[in-house]
Design a protein around this ligand. Structure first.
Ligand code: CTP
Ligand code: MG
Length: 222
């Protein structure tokens, strides 16, 4: 196998405000996390999948996929970057991709595209173009200026990098106290310019309650 996939799944889902973290909510006959894992398990170039969950997580071990031979669970950390860094210690392949547990609508063509582009030394991320007119606020609830959307993208996942580069970038960026909200931001901090691979905008991150029904709808589309 050329690739290992890391699935950060140690968040609490505060914006979802459900009775459990959003990755364990029911979706299309299983759970959000299992739907996400199935998208990755289906890919022939992905060997191991490392899922980072909270240390005291009582839900993961109850999933059918918890005992899958290609799935390994590790402890997550306080921030998403800590969860990814923990999982990176178990990666044995030269290439790694990181994909949010909360993005179950990933399509195979997008996965293929970002995996191929990620072989570039700078790495690659899936991204989608901003559609709306963008405004910068003035901090008092009014518009300061309009911002051209020509160069603006939504950062999605998977994000794909050389394992050693990502590990070094994340380690050093965290030690320096940099604000790291995705893997690309650690790579940027280290001076890399990851490729933007235009992907589908239905690769949503389930974040708020209304997103769950939307994901169910997207999964029904062929
Ligand atoms: N995540 C993680 N470890 C953390 C925080 C987040 O592995 N310490 C994971 C989440 O489980 C999710 C992904 O990172 O799959 C994206 O994070 P987000 O959508 O922000 O999820 P939550 O942090 O759970 O949600 P919220 O911010 O609303 O609490
Ligand atoms: Mg979060």
């Amino acid at each position: 196998f050329t690739y290992t996939a890391i699935v950060p799944a140690a968040g609490v889902g505060s914006r979802m405000a459900a009775d459990r973290p959003k990755q364990y909510l029911t979706l299309a006959g299983s759970t959000v996390l299992e739907q996400t894992l199935m998208r990755l398990l289906e890919h022939p170039a992905i060997g191991q999948i490392i899922v980072a969950t909270a240390e005291q997580d009582p839900w993961f071990s109850q999933l059918l996929l918890a005992r899958h031979p290609r799935i390994l669970r590790v402890n997550g950390g306080r921030e998403r970057a800590d969860s990814v860094l923990n999982a990176l210690q178990e990666v044995e392949t030269g290439q790694v991709l990181v994909h949010d547990a909360a993005r179950p609508c990933l399509r195979r063509a997008d996965l293929d595209a970002v995996m191929t582009a990620g072989l570039h030394p700078q790495g690659a991320i899936l991204a989608s173009r901003v559609r709306d007119t963008m405004k910068r606020g003035n901090g008092q609830g009014a518009i300061a200026t309009s911002v051209s959307r020509d160069e603006l993208w939504h950062a999605l996942t998977p994000q794909c990098f050389a394992t050693a580069s990502l590990q070094q970038a994340l380690t050093e960026a965290l030690a320096a106290g940099a604000t790291i909200t995705d893997e690309a931001s650690a790579m940027e901090w280290a001076g890399f310019h990851p490729q933007l691979v235009e992907g589908r905008s239905d690769n949503i991150k389930i974040t708020r309650p209304e997103d769950l029904a939307l994901a169910g709808f997207f999964l029904q589309q062929s």
